[in-house]
Design a protein around this ligand. Structure first.
Ligand SMILES: CCCCCCCCCC(=O)SCCNC(=O)CCNC(=O)[C@H](O)C(C)(C)COP(=O)(O)OP(=O)(O)OC[C@H]1O[C@@H](n2cnc3c(N)ncnc32)[C@H](O)[C@@H]1OP(=O)(O)O
Length: 179
């Protein structure tokens, strides 16, 4: 298991968005999931995602891909605790019970191990409360990357806009200087 980074936000800290246009957590994304995540003890994160009408797959039920995206985002927020940029390499999801529109999905994500650049993690999504019935299980492999991963592959105008955002730039730099 990797250590909790010294710079990791204290347990109970709301993690906020890593990028305001992120589909998973960005407050400016018009159709995004607006996942709300809080740092937990050790290498855990608690997150909530409210299923809205535009997240439907079957009538009145959340789309599986949307639920997977919420799990991906929650697992991704573990990067704050390790203080390193990493992207999803592999993500496996078990859909255990349907999740109706207007439901809050309570997600608990945790790091389960690390080997070289590979970060292993898992998450459970429950409905009706943090200890309610299990609806989704996910396991992921994130791969640590350098910031060039984003600057090399991202659409130039979006990279420029992100770099012009002083707050975001400083946070990204801190990640790079203290990997
Ligand atoms: C605080 C910030 C919060 C951020 C939240 C973000 C939440 C959302 C997260 C996402 O959705 S990220 C977007 C979706 N993911 C991507 O777009 C990643 C696309 N894939 C890549 O860019 C590359 O494939 C990747 C960086 C993942 C790996 O390429 P590399 O050339 O850097 O690494 P390499 O292929 O050498 O693999 C490194 C190790 O990982 C292993 N690996 C890579 N991909 C794997 C895979 N898919 N399955 C199993 N193992 C994998 C690989 O075998 C190897 O293992 P070993 O070190 O043991 O040899």
């Amino acid at each position: 298991m990797p250590p909790r980074a010294e710079q990791a936000p204290a347990p109970g800290t709301r993690l906020g968005s890593h990028y305001d246009q992120c589909f998973g957590c960005g407050p400016q994304h018009p159709q995004g999931l607006r996942l709300d995540a809080v740092a937990g003890e050790g290498l855990t994160v608690d997150a909530e995602f409210t299923v809205e009408a535009h997240h439907q797959g079957g009538p009145g039920l959340a789309h599986g891909g949307i639920l997977t995206a919420a799990m991906d985002e929650a697992l991704g927020t573990l990067n704050w605790l390790l203080h390193t940029p990493a992207v999803t390499g592999r993500l496996e999801t078990d859909f255990v019970r349907p999740v109706p529109v207007d439901t809050v999905l309570h997600i608990r994500a945790r790091v389960t191990g690390m080997h070289g650049r590979k970060i292993y993690s898992a998450a459970e999504g429950r409905i009706g409360g943090p200890d309610g019935p299990l609806a989704i299980r996910a396991q992921a492999l994130f791969i640590q990357v350098k910031l060039e991963h984003f600057t090399t592959h991202g659409r130039p105008e979006d990279i420029k806009k992100a770099m012009d955002d002083r707050d975001l730039f400083e946070r990204a730099r801190a990640f790079e200087v203290n990997p």
